[in-house]
Design a protein around this ligand. Structure first.
Ligand code: GLC
Length: 738
């Protein structure tokens, strides 16, 4: 039920002056600035060689300190959702230690699907606890690029298509890590939104889209959470490599945002000595091709001033002195994965699962409702921790969907059939496409089991070889013939629940037609199978919300619609791959350009403004209960405006809801999306319970980037406020005068 609340202009007028000059509020004092005098003293004792020796890799995952002065090395560790196993010092090979199996936390889009700042903080805390056991100083995460394309190889690693959701969770992840004694390294700065040609692509993006869409997660984590590290991305932005990009690394990161930490390159992502040194890079990882001897020579030749070297050393010493070093003999003495962290992994996973549809009350699987359950799918038995290159986790344990279902669903007969073949790393190396016909024998076995069962749980989706760093998918079709299998299963048994084990959108046109119930259970960490089973059985109600849009079809996505992605077709790539192998034209192949022609219209902003129907909208997620929204009040306050409303659980299940707040500017003089997410709040409600929800919308959330003044501005005028359960399920609205 929608209630139109129009505040009287006088009562609700926000006394906001139009901020026309680019305002950069003074960032909060960084923890890194506590050591300036001591650092000055240390630098005064250092030789030039010792200084330069700090500015490049020592091992694969460490950079040097100053042994003579008792300053320890800095130890880095992948990845964003689990502390990577110990590697050989100068190779990508594992050391095969006994104590370095870690907790596998739910991947990025799963964390984002919780829409919970509390969970993001806990997540960061858990990562830090395990990093400390391993003697690590800086985690190479969170990975917080915007999910611009569904096919992006790292879309699953990132958080959301929306900058506000990404920013809010990046802040809390960063605080959780750094409050527990470890540094973050925000990555990949910036505009690394595709994996294809990531090491050569040149991103062309409008100033406004860069500042309003792609930079906010990095800006928020630096300005609100005092992030200590940033990783320069592999790609170029507007013609300059990110590892030597004066605009990104000096003018924006340090001058506008007040960053005092270190900028490290992505691994192998440096392209020059003087360019990198003079444009903001502090550390070359993992080698020393550019920031070792070559840099020393450049200083001695007077090309790079020693003062530039000193400022880099200062940045490194700030982080080194802020993070307690752990002596080598104390690292890796205790098993990395600990029960406290598994509990965090469970809580995140249990709040991440999204119920897309539930027709005919097929779910939850309450006791006695079904006698025989068929669990179909290779993903039912597949562990998802490994894979994805730098984002792989040697997990101490991982509960698969089938294990979770078998342990949690009592009193039912559960049988499994593989249904479809697993897509493996060998398939990738042999360049076998994952988009192949269903395996007839496996399908027949699965159909037979479905016929003999009361309920079919089809564990579908991708895996960590289909969605991975290093290459983008060429399609969002469910792999290994799953659509054909879904149809066959539905014909055999209409009681079909489909569970999507995936991190990025997939094409649901077939599944949506044949499956009365659909859930997204992500690549959901060490406890993913238990969380899934608790949701399926009704022990907990699903409460996740989509952090991205499920398009009806891939071609509806903005980058595909505007034909600005892919830049190189698969046929051309095949040709280049062959030629590259023949080294025939490797040097002539120019960097492809990624035109971000859609500007600020990414994800739901695009679909809404173009009125393109979607399969499931941003922010969508059902519950086993129902919620009623009422009594919206908008009150101007000094910091911006406060929103309050009543929310009630009007069903039979205890559950949690994520209240979402969007703003639209119908009379704006600049082009804008129909509405933009500006705030959200997760709230727990017992069956029948009501609560008042209060949300503050700070005035800087109302800013937009003015390309004439090259700065932020807040435009006076009417703002429509939409409050609801998803971007397309608005329950209350009102408006205020800004
Ligand atoms: C990789 C990734 C980065 C990772 C680094 C170290 O290529 O781009 O995310 O942290 O190298 O493994």
């Amino acid at each position: 039920m929608k209630k139109q609340i129009l505040c009287a202009t006088t009562a609700c007028a926000l006394s906001l002056l139009v901020a026309c000059a680019p305002q950069t509020e003074q960032p909060k004092e960084s923890q890194l600035l506590k050591y300036e005098d001591k650092i000055t003293e240390i630098i005064s004792q250092m030789t030039l060689e010792e200084k330069v020796n700090m500015l490049h890799g020592k091992n694969m995952f460490s950079s040097a300190g100053v042994e003579r002065l008792g300053i320890p090395d800095i130890e880095y560790a992948d990845g964003p959702f689990g502390i990577r196993e110990e590697m050989e010092p100068h190779s990508w090979n594992s050391l095969g230690l006994a104590n370095d199996s870690a907790t596998f936390f739910p991947t990025g889009s799963a964390l984002a699907a919780t829409w919970s700042e509390e969970m993001a903080y806990e997540y960061g805390k858990g990562m830090a606890k395990e990093a400390r056991l391993r003697g690590k100083d800086m985690i190479l995460g969170p990975a917080i690029n915007i999910q611009r394309i569904p096919t992006g190889g790292r879309t699953y690693e990132y958080l959301s298509e929306d900058p506000q959701l990404s920013a809010a969770l990046s802040v809390k992840y960063t605080q959780g890590v750094q409050d527990n004694g470890v540094a973050v390294c925000l990555k990949h700065y910036a505009l690394n939104n595709q994996e294809n040609d990531r090491g050569s692509i040149d991103v062309k993006v409008s100033e406004r889209a860069m500042h309003e869409l792609y930079l906010p997660p990095f800006e928020a984590a630096v300005r609100e959470a005092d992030a200590y590290g940033v990783m320069a991305a592999y790609n170029k932005v507007e013609g300059y490599w990110c590892s030597e990009n004066d605009l990104l690394l000096n003018k924006i990161l340090r001058d506008m945002w007040g960053f005092h930490g270190i900028v490290i390159s992505d691994w192998g992502g440096v392209h020059s000595t003087v360019g990198a040194a003079m444009n903001g890079l502090d550390v070359e990882m993992p080698g020393n091709q550019y920031m070792g001897e070559a840099l020393l020579d450049s200083v001695k030749a007077g090309v790079v001033p020693e003062s530039v070297i000193d400022s880099k050393v200062r940045n490194l010493l700030r982080v080194r002195l802020a993070i307690q070093p752990i002596p080598k003999e104390e690292a890796n003495k205790v098993m990395t994965a600990q029960p406290e962290q598994r509990d965090i992994a469970y809580r995140v996973a249990s709040k991440s699962i999204v119920l897309l549809k539930n027709e005919g009350e097929l779910l939850p699987i309450l006791p006695g409702k079904y006698k025989k359950i068929a669990v179909i799918g290779d993903n039912a038995i597949r562990e998802q921790a490994q894979g994805g290159v730098g984002a792989g986790v040697k997990a101490l344990n991982e509960i698969t969907p089938l294990e979770g279902i078998q342990s949690k669903l009592q009193g039912v007969e559960i049988k499994w059939a593989q249904g479809y073949r697993n897509f493996t790393r060998e398939d990738r190396y042999k360049r076998i496409s994952p988009y192949q016909e269903a395996d007839k024998k496996l399908m027949a076995e699965a159909v037979q089991l479905a016929k003999e069962s009361d309920l079919v749980i089809f564990i579908a989706g991708n895996n960590r070889e289909v969605e991975t760093e290093g290459s983008d998918r060429v399609s969002i079709t469910l792999p290994m013939g799953q659509d054909e299998l879904a149809k066959a299963l539905a014909e055999a048994n209409p009681n079909l629940v489909t569970v999507l084990v995936s991190g990025a959108p997939t094409d649901l046109r077939v599944v949506k037609e044949v499956s009365p119930a659909i859930l997204v259970s992500w690549f959901n960490g060490s406890e993913g199978g238990n969380a899934l089973a608790d949701v399926l059985s009704g022990t907990i109600s699903p409460s996740g919300k989509l952090p991205f849009t499920y398009p009806v079809k891939l071609e509806d996505n903005q980058a595909y619609s505007l034909n600005v992605y892919p830049q190189i077709t698969e046929e051309e790539r095949e040709d280049i791959f062959v030629n590259l192998v023949n080294r025939k034209d490797a040097r002539e192949r120019k960097s492809p350009t990624a035109e971000y022609s859609e500007g600020i219209f990414v994800g739901y902003r695009w679909f809404e403004n173009k009125q393109i129907p979607v399969a499931y909208p941003f922010g969508h997620g059902l519950s086993y209960t129902t919620f009623e929204y009422a009594d919206l009040q908008l009150t101007p306050v000094t910091e911006g405006f406060e929103v309050s409303l009543q929310i009630s659980n009007t069903g039979q299940f205890d559950a949690e809801e994520v209240v979402q707040l969007y703003i639209g500017r119908p009379d704006s003089k600049v082009e804008r999306p129909m509405k933009e997410l500006k705030a959200f709040q997760r709230v727990a409600l017992k069956a029948g319970e009501s609560k008042t929800v209060r949300i503050l919308v700070p005035k800087d959330r109302l800013r937009h980037w003015d390309e004439t003044t090259h700065g932020w501005a807040i435009e006076a005028g009417k703002a429509d406020v939409y409050v609801g359960s998803s971007s397309q399920d608005i329950r209350l609205n009102g408006s205020i005068e800004i």
